[in-house]
Design a protein. Structure first.
Length: 169
């Protein structure tokens, strides 16, 4: 267990030291360096000119703390997640911006060696640049304790064009 010349007290001190170090490392690993974050459920939907904006990535960025994001489904619905912490977003005011999903060309190609059906090319999500840039997006929401519903009616017309859906924000 130790060096042949070590005395029992020295061996026990070494074992105790290793135990404390191991338990400390496990506590940090299990608890996370930042500690447990308080998150609240957030869902909603995104439309552009009245039509669902599918596949768009929605970003919520607070002044302090971890950002949250979600990808809208085919109906434009989303459920917010905070990476490393789980479903939901931290409480407080968040700036909102949107991003087109990365194009996955591998999924768009048809394999001639397989019997798979051809997959149609993924449509690119097209919406005004002002929503894509955190510096120019004027959208913001407040996350409160409990479940939150925040929907966005984006417009391709000139600013001011985005509106938070009445009664949901």
């Amino acid at each position: 267990m130790g060096n042949p010349g070590q005395r029992p007290n020295e061996i026990m001190a070494t074992v105790n030291h290793l135990t404390v170090v191991s338990l400390s490392a496990a506590a940090i690993w299990l608890g996370g360096c930042g500690g447990r974050k308080e998150l609240y459920g957030v869902s909603g939907h995104v439309t552009l000119d009245g039509k669902p904006l599918s596949s768009v990535i929605v970003h919520f960025v607070p002044k302090a703390g971890p950002a949250a994001c979600a990808q809208a489904d085919i109906e434009g619905k989303y459920v917010m997640k905070t990476a490393g912490y789980g479903l939901g977003a931290s409480p407080g005011r968040h700036q909102v911006w949107f991003e087109s999903p990365p194009k996955n060309e591998a999924l768009d190609r048809v394999s001639l060696d397989s019997n798979a059906y051809p997959r149609p090319p993924q449509p690119s999500v097209v919406f005004p640049e002002r929503y894509r840039n955190p510096a120019t997006s004027e959208l913001a929401v407040t996350i409160s304790p409990g479940m939150n519903s925040h929907s966005f009616a984006l417009s391709s017309s000139s600013p001011p064009s985005a509106a938070l859906v009445p009664g949901e924000n």
